[in-house]
Write a protein that binds this ligand. Structure first.
Ligand SMILES: Cc1cc2nc3c(=O)[nH]c(=O)nc-3n(C[C@H](O)[C@H](O)[C@H](O)COP(=O)(O)OP(=O)(O)OC[C@H]3O[C@@H](n4cnc5c(N)ncnc54)[C@H](O)[C@@H]3O)c2cc1C
Ligand code: SF4
Ligand code: SF4
Length: 410
């Protein structure tokens, strides 16, 4: 290995600390020297097959969300849980088909369709079912409303949408990018080093994220439904209604499971450790972040009773606000304003997790484990809202599990 080419210390450290989110950025910018490889229990993880130039390693260190999480922009309107915002709404796609196919109210798909039809972008880089195995994810390019709709819906399994980022940047024209908050963090950090990215990708759209389960989550669902993976011709985690059922289609029929059972009973049990210490699961550096605008039940918990989809839509940047205004003006979306204080009623588990990120991450250096840089994400401010008991329980729980090597069970 020459002195100007190295093994990536960042990737090694991130993998050893179980901090990799599988975004694919390191592979995407290393010209084949790092590849994304399936690893047990069912994630794509980077594997270095050749040395990389030092400047590439420097970019990985600055952009990898397992090493450095992008800070939220400052300003008067920054909430310690919900991040920066310019305007907040609830709403849904006006087209019944988009609203029905979408995960929540189809807001992301409606915004993407509008961005394409008005020429704001030429294509969309996002995630859809892998045609070779619909229980898995593929990174896809959509250029038409039909393609956007075919990829609507949340996919609660590993995705690496930045793996092909160089190919996308090499294409002429502009691209909208949809990714998990950590994918957006990686792309924003990279854009700090390569300013042309902001021109080539003028729209970055994200969603609130409860965490990525490994493929073991899907395997559990298939086992419970008594369906063989090889027989599945179509697989949806939810959508087609709100929240919509998890659905596996085979040549002999359709097997279904409620969202409450698929997420609560299976997928949430297989979420990776990095998600348990995620300091920005609300897409704080996206142009727009969408989420479920759940209605609370009588006890204040979100109700998963089936109904017409409703999205929470947070515009965070002028580009995001301009896109939403234009889509509403063109009757692609119906929206109503929402007070920032109302979000906690819809998203209590996101608020709970943000409150304990400080105490969970404080346990990592004590057990000599690495942690990502997390400056500018209001972690301390959020932690002040945690009770003393909540903070101590989460510190000790993380420490105990880290020392025992079972931190993914946090
Ligand atoms: C792993 C995961 C965890 C989530 N956790 C929460 C949560 O805690 N709280 C909450 O309110 N909402 C959560 N959501 C988001 C929520 O389910 C809806 O996706 C969101 O409200 C947008 O709905 P929509 O109808 O506007 O999107 P749609 O119109 O259905 O569009 C969804 C878009 O997301 C993209 N996408 C789907 N899966 C992935 C993936 N794995 N990686 C990258 N891009 C993807 C699709 O390509 C599509 O463009 C989660 C979604 C995912 C994928
Ligand atoms: S988080 Fe992304 S950039 Fe970092 S090591 Fe994992 S795949 Fe590579
Ligand atoms: S919880 Fe955070 S780290 Fe995990 S997939 Fe979602 S955005 Fe990425």
């Amino acid at each position: 290995m020459g002195s100007s080419a190295v093994k990536s210390a960042t990737v090694r450290r991130v993998l050893s600390g179980e901090l990799c989110v599988g975004c694919g950025l390191c592979a995407g910018i290393s010209s084949g020297s790092i590849t994304m490889t399936p690893e047990p229990p069912g994630y794509a993880r980077p594997r270095q097959v050749a040395p990389i130039p030092r400047p590439v390693e420097a970019k990985i260190a600055a952009a990898c969300p397992g090493a450095t999480v992008a800070p939220w922009p400052g300003g008067a309107r920054v909430h310690p849980y919900w991040g920066p915002w310019r305007s907040i709404h609830t709403g849904a796609a006006k087209s019944p088909a988009v609203r029905f196919e979408g995960s929540s109210g189809g807001a992301i798909s409606a915004l993407l369709i509008h961005a394409l039809s008005t020429g704001r972008v030429d294509r969309v880089l996002h995630v859809g079912p892998d045609p070779a195995d619909p229980t898995r994810n593929a990174t896809v390019i959509s250029r038409t409303a039909e393609e956007i709709l075919a990829r609507a819906g949340s996919r609660y399994a590993a995705s690496s949408p930045l793996e092909s980022i160089r190919d996308v940047l090499a294409e002429p024209g502009r691209t909208a990018f949809v990714g998990k908050p950590c994918d957006i963090s990686a792309l924003r950090n990279l854009a700090q080093l390569e300013p042309s990215i902001s021109e080539k990708i003028p729209l970055m759209i994200s969603f609130f994220c409860g965490g990525i389960p490994s493929f073991a989550g899907v395997e559990r669902i298939l086992a419970a439904l008594d369906v063989k993976r090889a027989d599945v011709t179509e697989f949806r985690f939810r959508g087609r209604g709100w929240p919509g059922n998890c659905t596996a289609v085979t040549p002999t029929g359709v097997a279904e499971m409620s969202y409450a059972e698929s997420w609560g009973g299976h997928l949430s049990k297989e979420v990776q450790f990095r998600c348990k210490i995620c300091p920005d699961a609300v897409g704080g550096v996206a142009d727009i972040a969408c989420a479920d605008a759940w209605y609370g039940d009588d006890d204040g918990y979100p109700s998963f009773d089936e109904q017409e989809g409703r999205s929470l839509i947070i515009c965070r940047t002028p580009a995001g606000e301009s896109l939403l205004k234009s889509a509403v003006g063109a009757s692609e979306l119906d929206v109503e304003p929402l007070e920032v204080g109302e979000i906690e009623r819809m998203q209590p588990s996101q608020a709970r997790r943000k409150r304990v990120i400080f105490s969970r991450t404080a346990a990592l250096p004590v057990s000599l484990q690495p942690q990502p840089k997390m400056a500018g994400l209001r972690i301390v401010e959020a932690a002040r809202r945690a009770s003393f008991g909540e903070a101590v329980r989460n510190f000790l729980g993380t420490l105990r599990r880290t020392l025992r090597g079972t931190r993914s069970r946090l």
